[in-house]
Design a protein. Structure first.
Lengths: 566, 215
């Protein structure tokens, strides 16, 4: 490897790293990809069709596997061994989900693939809050088209022309999976409230697609997919990139620094081998950071030099700022109307078949919060888990035949309503280097600061109100304690695993870290191609946009490289 | 099929071991025989230090290994768990009893686990089993049933907590098995070439419900 010369080093192998590697290798550039985690092959490592009874503790989440035994995440979760992070005194809670595996979080993600809409790129122009992006929806739309066609997204439907909820052009999406019984059911409740329910856009291959297997409509996507029928960087982006012969991947390489030459250009990166503890430096003509918003900021902040004493690209103190996450909240209802339905196979396409897009764009003033949320709704007769006892928690005395009968009756009769909302960036939410804490290899770690604003807590309170109302209209009962105080009901910072915005794009170096193509203002051959570049945090889940932005940025970068501009 | 019912003396519970564990045990027996020990031992490996570690952050997922931690329940606790699990879910005409599915072993796996949730459950379950042990293992059948029926009605918070926890674990462990799937009507986890959506019959039921709800 030492004798190889690379055009590009890409740090990270998830959505941003995978997509940039896909495009740059296809453009003929020699790419070295550095991934902090281990090699991972979904084709042989995915527990397809395993039952919970085969897993320790019936597959429940533990500190070793927080999202359950079968969750695809390797060597990680809310804590990664040997790699701590801290939360500042006086901060609200912040938690940070990290895997240590090839493909990163694309292996376990929820496959919800919604486009940002036109208003999402110009939030400040709309209501005076937050910041506008340097690009518009029209700039990114062609890249959304290309991305959907490449990764495989289901949810095709006749155009609805809903405000700020883009319909994909014909030919971009595959057929929508049909609504299941619980989805038909809740639609009627929302309809009575004047709230639309439309097909979900899911990164799942539901039809015939060249070079891809079709979904088996079974076994959860969160485990990964051995047949590559959903989108994972490891099944969709990295194999074709490898096939070009232009991609080299080094795993267990935890990058902590961008190295500069005397002229101030990036000459490579330094990393520690997580298995041996050895420090290494590698060189290339340019560098792409796509390590995830937190880790990307950490690398920049740890790259200190005489020219950049506070970290690379941080002359104006912008690195780590404008950290955002999604507002999250859940209310579950139990519905007598769904009791005793004839047995149905509700496994479906893995992600929801329908959802509720934000419907209140024109009522924000009267609602008392500025931005919206969509609703992800789970239910149906899913493979039983250790949570089954919850179906009869109020019927303590039932045993034997009566218990069996009650469980059969209630199975599949609960629906969980999950709000996912936009956060307005604020000055209290950011990350920086902890002045004292270091990881196992002596590298300073991130310290997070977090505080939800009223925009978010009011929105959270509205979610609760909406969910309780729809449950009531559908003749159901909310389960457990219902917290109506938005500040108490809202998710923790980072909990939705949509942390973005630590190296945002903008118009110049005083308001941003990178330009609209992820090219850093301070170092022309250094690029950021993950969620760190995002300027706002729309309610729509960020992965599809990370992919589309990375493709657009990589395309620009390849052009610059051909022009000799790097 | 071992199944404890209130009318009969409880049959001794024999641990249900999975195939992989059985092979490991046969391996032990085989090794002992090969070494010329002349003694055939059937049972889990004894001796050595108890293991308190979890399965780690990168366990093998496609063929999960048996949970690595040592089991801590005593024979009396295991036998009591078997009687109580079969009180919660005795055999029905079409489904096996909880003990036949190895639920007592799962309770042991659960309370023995090193993770915080399970460590918290440990005294709740073990103290409850200890308190119940004499009342179910050495009592007349009628007294045994009364003792178990009294659990759900108990005003004592510890007893109540034990009952809720034990019953919840039994239900969860039972219905996560193939036999549990069959009993509750879970028909998924099979590959399909397409998702046809719900049947006309299901849709008709929903329509009737919408009428009742005025939707």
């Amino acid at each position: 490897m030492a004798t190889d010369t690379y055009d590009v080093i890409i740090v990270g192998s998830g959505a941003g790293g995978g997509m940039s590697a896909y495009h740059l290798t296809k453009s003929g550039m020699k790419v070295l990809m550095l991934e902090a985690g281990r090699d991972y092959d979904p084709r042989v490592e995915t527990p397809m069709f395993n039952t919970n009874a085969e897993a320790p503790l019936r597959g429940v989440g533990t500190p070793d596997k927080p999202f359950g035994f079968y969750d695809a995440t390797v060597d990680g979760g809310w804590e990664v061994p040997n790699e701590p992070y801290t939360v500042a005194d006086g901060s609200e809670p912040f938690i940070w989900w990290r895997p240590r595996m090839l493909g990163g979080r694309t292996n376990h993600w929820g496959r919800i693939a919604l486009r940002f809409g036109p208003l999402d790129f110009k939030p400040h122009s709309r209501d005076g809050l937050g910041y506008d992006w340097p690009i518009s929806y029209d700039d990114l739309a062609p890249w959304y088209d290309k991305t959907e066609k490449l990764i495989g997204v289901s949810g095709a439907a006749p155009p609805r022309n809903l405000l700020n909820t883009p319909d994909s052009p014909p030919g971009c999406l595959m057929e929508a999976a049909p609504p299941r019984a619980f989805e038909i059911f809740y639609e009627r409740g929302f309809r009575a409230m004047g709230i639309p329910v439309i097909p979900m856009h899911g990164a799942v291959v539901t039809g015939q697609m060249e070079g891809r297997n079709t979904c088996l409509f079974a076994t959860p996507c969160g485990r990964g997919c051995a047949i590559g029928a959903n989108f994972q960087s490891t099944t969709v982006l990295l194999p074709p990139a490898m096939a070009t012969g232009n991609l080299t991947i080094t795993t267990n390489a935890l990058v902590y620094q961008v190295d500069l030459d005397k002229a101030g250009k990036a000459k490579g990166v330094s990393y520690v081998d997580r298995k041996t503890g050895q420090h290494r430096s590698v060189t290339a003509k340019s560098v792409v950071l796509a390590a995830g918003s937190g880790e990307t900021a950490r690398i920049l902040l740890n790259s200190k030099s005489a020219s950049f004493p506070n970290g690379l690209c941080n002359t104006h103190g912008m690195v780590g700022r404008y950290l955002m996450d999604t507002v999250g909240l859940n209310v579950t209802g139990q519905f007598p109307s769904l009791e005793g339905l004839p047995p149905t196979n509700d496994d479906g396409q893995g992600t929801e078949h329908t959802y509720v897009p934000w419907w209140g764009y024109e009522k924000q003033k009267e609602l008392g919060f500025p931005r919206g949320y969509h609703i992800e709704i789970g239910g149906g007769r899913h493979m039983p888990s250790m949570g089954m006892g919850g179906l009869v928690r109020d019927d303590d005395d039932l045993v034997g035949e009566d218990l069996r009968a009650k469980l059969r009756q209630r199975f599949g009769s609960t629906i969980s309503f999950n709000g996912r909302g936009e956060m307005v960036p604020n000055d209290d939410c950011y990350c920086e280097l902890d002045p004292a804490a270091k990881d196992k290899w002596g590298i300073p770690v991130l310290r997070f600061h977090w505080k939800w604003g009223e925009s978010e807590t009011n929105q959270a309170a509205h979610m609760v109100k909406t969910f309780v109302e729809v449950i009531d209209r559908l003749g159901g009962k909310p389960q457990g304690h219902i917290e109506t105080d938005g500040r108490k009901a809202i998710s923790k910072g980072g909990e939705m695993i949509h942390e973005i915005g630590t190296a945002r794009m903008g118009h110049d170096d005083t308001d941003s870290v990178v330009n609209q193509y992820g090219q850093s203002w301070a170092v022309p051959n250094l690029f950021v191609m993950d969620g760190a570049v995002m300027v706002s945090s729309p309610d729509k889940n960020p992965t599809l946009s990370i992919l589309a932005l990375a493709w657009r940025s990589a395309d620009n970068m390849a052009t610059l490289a051909k022009q000799g501009a790097l | 099929m071992s199944a404890n019912s209130p009318e009969m003396e409880p049959e001794p519970y024999v641990s249900k071991i999975d195939r992989r564990t059985a092979l490991a045990w046969i391996g032990v027996v085989g090794a002992a025989a090969a070494a010329g020990a002349g003694v055939v031992v059937y049972g889990p490996m004894k001796g050595g230090e108890p293991v308190h570690r979890g399965y780690g952050t990168d366990p093998k997922l496609t063929k999960p290994e048996k949970a690595p931690w040592s089991r801590i329940m005593t024979q009396a606790q295991l036998q009591t768990a078997a009687v109580l699990a079969d009180f919660v879910l005795p055999a029905s005409a079409t489904a096996p009893a909880a003990s036949a599915l190895g639920i007592p072993d799962f309770i042991d796996e659960w309370v023995s686990a090193p993770y915080p949730d399970q460590v918290k459950d440990r005294p709740v379950v073990l103290n409850g089993l200890n308190a119940l042990s004499a009342k179910v293992l050495k009592a007349a059948a009628a007294d045994r049933t009364l003792a178990m029926q009294a659990l759900s009605a108990s005003a004592d918070p510890l007893t109540k907590a034990f009952w809720k926890k034990f019953r919840g674990l039994t239900i969860g462990a039972y219905y996560t098995t193939e036999a549990g799937f069959k009993d509750i009507g879970y028909i998924g986890n099979v590959p399909r070439s397409s998702d046809p959506g719900p049947s006309a019959e299901v849709k008709a039921v929903l329509e009737r419900e919408f009428q009742k709800l005025g939707l």
